[in-house]
Design a protein around this ligand. Structure first.
Ligand SMILES: Nc1ncnc2c1ncn2[C@@H]1O[C@H](COP(=O)(O)OP(=O)(O)OP(=O)(O)O)[C@@H](O)[C@H]1O
Length: 234
């Protein structure tokens, strides 16, 4: 479980998170919504210790993140908004293999994970492609595959659909829902709520650094009015 208890954080004395309390259970698929600048990215960066709260605590599986950064970083997979920030290798296969290699896994296990991660993002057979020659959408899919190959207990994604066409987006979304069904806790920040609500177990919405909505999609959608997030119709 990822748990925030009364977390506050400021950039240069400007409050960005204020008294945030929430939890993401194992096996839950949670959508994080909110207008630009409401604090979503800042919140996500607390999940594996990239940022540390000014007050309050973030716990992963019961342990405060700052007490065991290595444990938090191996159990919380992160997919960032700008996939280029995440690549460490020149080719797709080498990049996805990098994390599992650092875990010291056997070659056959690394290859299995790379194959499974590529299949999950519909890029089977693209191991040898150069990352800098991929489209933005393909780069997003490789970034997601890199996180999946770590087989994390929790997966945190920040606007991962940039550049994805509808079929690719849908396929990644369904993969996230099936990971959650298999026990992974998934926290997905996105502005694009189309069909995410239908797959998510819960919606958390932020305004000005505070959690203002936290509930099942059927109840929460009406409460998103006025938060400058695009609410799906029909
Ligand atoms: N490194 C930083 N230094 C100073 N202020 C920052 C920094 N990063 C973010 N902020 C400010 O913190 C606030 C919240 O930003 P954050 O990126 O968390 O919001 P967001 O909800 O993820 O927005 P978006 O949907 O546009 O990605 C904004 O006012 C932003 O300007």
């Amino acid at each position: 479980m990822i748990e925030f208890r009364s977390v506050s954080y400021a950039f240069d004395d400007v409050p960005v998170l204020e008294d945030v309390s929430l939890s993401i259970d194992d096996g839950e698929f949670v959508l994080l919504a909110g207008a630009n600048g409401s604090g979503k990215t800042t919140l996500l960066r607390h999940c594996n210790g990239l940022l540390t709260p000014d007050s309050g605590t973030v716990r992963v599986d019961g342990t405060p993140v700052e007490d065991d950064l290595i444990a938090a970083r191996s159990s919380v997979g992160m997919v960032f908004q700008h996939p280029r920030d995440q690549f460490v290798s020149a080719t797709v296969g080498a990049d996805i293999a990098f994390g599992p290699e650092n875990l010291g896994l056997e070659r056959t296990e690394i290859d299995r994970r790379v194959d499974a991660a590529l299949a999950a993002v519909n890029m089977t057979g693209r191991e040898d492609d150069r990352i800098d020659a991929l489209s933005g959408g393909e780069q997003s899919r490789v970034a997601i595959a890199g996180a999946l190959a770590m087989e994390p207990t929790h997966l945190v994604l920040d606007e991962p659909f940039t550049g994805l066409d509808d079929p690719a987006r849908r396929s990644v979304l369904e993969r996230l829902a099936s990971l959650a069904a298999d026990g992974t806790g998934v926290l997905l920040a996105t502005h694009d709520l189309r069909d995410v609500c239908e797959l998510a177990d819960r919606v958390i919405a932020m305004r000005d650094g505070r959690v203002v909505v936290d509930g099942p999609p059927a109840n929460a959608l009406g409460d998103l009015d006025g938060l400058e997030v695009r609410v799906p119709s029909g």
